[in-house]
Design a protein around this ligand. Sequence first.
Ligand SMILES: C[S@@+](CC[C@H](N)C(=O)[O-])C[C@H]1O[C@@H](n2cnc3c(N)ncnc32)[C@H](O)[C@@H]1O
Length: 252
Amino acid sequence: MLDVIPSGSVADYRDIFELRGGFYHQAMREYPEARASEFLNVIREAGITPGMTVVDVPSGGAYLSRYLGNVELIGLETSQTFAKLATERANSVLLYNNDRFPLQDACADRVLSIAGLHHVRDKRGLFSEMRRIVKPGGRVVVADVADDSFVKGFLDDFVGNYCETGHSGWYFDATTRSELHDAGLNIVGDKRLDYLWCAPDMHQLATFCKLLFGMVHADAGTVADGIRNYLGVSESGDQIGLNWQLHCFLCE
Ligand SMILES: C[S@@+](CC[C@H](N)C(=O)[O-])C[C@H]1O[C@@H](n2cnc3c(N)ncnc32)[C@H](O)[C@@H]1O
């Protein structure tokens, strides 16, 4: 079992995703539409149009590609596991290190970041790199769990209790706003995105979460109880959905 200290080094979560990236990818492959609203919400905020160059960092297994047609999509990752899994699906993901992206200045119309930055304590280097690669007039859209959000309790208390690696993060708060500003990014939008993660029934929704977060010490029934208690669920057509929320900063 890995020891995850809340104030641990940046490298901790890179190592963790080398371990549980396979489970994460399996969840996204078996339930590819579960997080559709999340991706579509961020894409809408970004105002993406055909022909644009879009950089997604960290991209995981290039899951955004399902929702973006007619753009050049470049994924950036710190995890070799994710980069390899994405490439197997014919999506190219480049590895980066030390907060230096392997991309030229002003090459991207849009830079997106979804649900990955809470793994990084000091985000200033990443934000500076986003600023460097975005074209003049382009946009940087970063979305992650807020420090005062109900989602944080689910992740750090419930998920942390049942996954092999524990869970902790440096979630979006007032410091994030300062870090964006210090990186030279101008915040033009700042909002909570509320939506559902969906599956055909509760068992499948719980199985998706169990895989995504690597909750190897919980069965699907236990995960279903955690979802109900920490997040709440609602019906959505012929699907059941759990409440999820990210905080989104739109920058120019
Ligand atoms: C929850 S996944 C999000 C991936 C993808 N954006 C998505 O929405 O599915 C978290 C991502 O953070 C990345 N990550 C973990 N630790 C990191 C670190 N220290 N620096 C940068 N990225 C890290 C992982 O490789 C993984 O891609």
